[in-house]
Design a protein around this ligand. Structure first.
Ligand SMILES: C[S@@+](CC[C@H](N)C(=O)[O-])C[C@H]1O[C@@H](n2cnc3c(N)ncnc32)[C@H](O)[C@@H]1O
Length: 253
């Protein structure tokens, strides 16, 4: 529970957060290297060395493996909240030919609200779009959408998503991500968010949004949380209720 302490959280973005996360991630990488393929462990170590990464090694591992699992489903990939591009790079490494849409203000965090623990600063975690696009220049199919989410979805074509990663730290941004992506998720697709087990606003946004939805909230052993989108349940009398092919078909709601 000490990670939920406001004093600890106010150190976010500073030397102590990074040093603590790096030390903790070294232990996590050591544990991963005992049981996971060498190539995966090397990639995690490399990405975490290249740039400042705000996800622990286990969290990075979850982003990478869930994204990789979702390439079987129809739909694009997206991330909201890229900072220096480390989790985005892990998604790029496994996404194959899927499009990846990256949303960020690229000017750091916006204003928080009274649902947040008031531990962040406006502009915290700023990194320019040029720095992130330079870092990811070798990957095909990556697009950048600068601005406050969800305003930055203006002009984005209507499409389905198979995997989306949220890492925006705040209540309003997380709620906006859920409102935008939930109806566009392919059945079976995954919405993964960082910081659910740590930041009050992120947790509250999930509880508020998912309250009247059928899918369970699935907290992870890390700070992350996952939602697996269900296929819409057909009403009795609807031909889709007895046609398995129609039920399995990805539908936009
Ligand atoms: C914690 S950082 C993301 C860390 C990153 N995923 C990594 O690999 O280290 C949070 C990011 O969310 C962005 N952000 C927060 N709220 C946003 C919003 N409503 N719209 C767009 N970007 C937002 C910030 O600019 C910042 O880059």
């Amino acid at each position: 529970m000490w990670l939920r302490n406001k004093f600890v959280q106010r150190m976010g973005g500073g030397f102590f957060e990074q040093a603590g996360l790096d030390a903790w991630s070294k232990l996590q990488i050591a544990s991963l290297s005992a049981r996971k393929p060498t190539g995966e462990v090397k990639l995690l170590r490399k990405v975490r060395r290249e740039r400042k990464c705000l996800n622990s090694a286990w969290e990075c591992y979850n982003v990478m493996t869930l994204a990789r699992a979702m390439i079987k489903l129809p739909g694009a990939f997206a991330e909201v909240g890229c900072y220096q591009g480390t989790t985005a790079k892990l998604i790029c490494e496994v996404k194959g030919d899927k499009p990846l849409l990256l949303f960020d203000t690229f000017e750091g965090l916006p204003e928080d609200c009274d649902k947040d623990a008031r531990v962040h600063r406006v502009g915290q975690y700023a990194c320019s779009v040029e720095k992130v696009s330079g870092y990811l220049a070798g990957y095909e199919g990556v697009s950048y959408h600068k601005g406050l989410f969800p305003d930055s979805t203006d002009g984005v074509p209507e499409q389905q998503y198979a995997f989306v990663h949220f890492d925006v730290d705040l209540y309003e941004g997380t709620l906006a991500c859920l409102e935008y992506f939930y109806p566009r998720m392919t059945p079976g697709g995954v919405m993964l968010s960082h910081d659910y087990g740590m930041l009050k606003g992120v947790e509250q946004a999930f509880h508020d949004f998912m309250e009247d939805k059928p899918e369970p909230i699935i907290p992870q052993a890390t700070t992350q949380v996952m939602i697996i989108k269900q296929a819409p349940v057909a009403a009795a009398g609807d031909p889709a209720a007895t046609d398995p092919a129609a039920q399995a078909a990805p539908v936009l709601r």
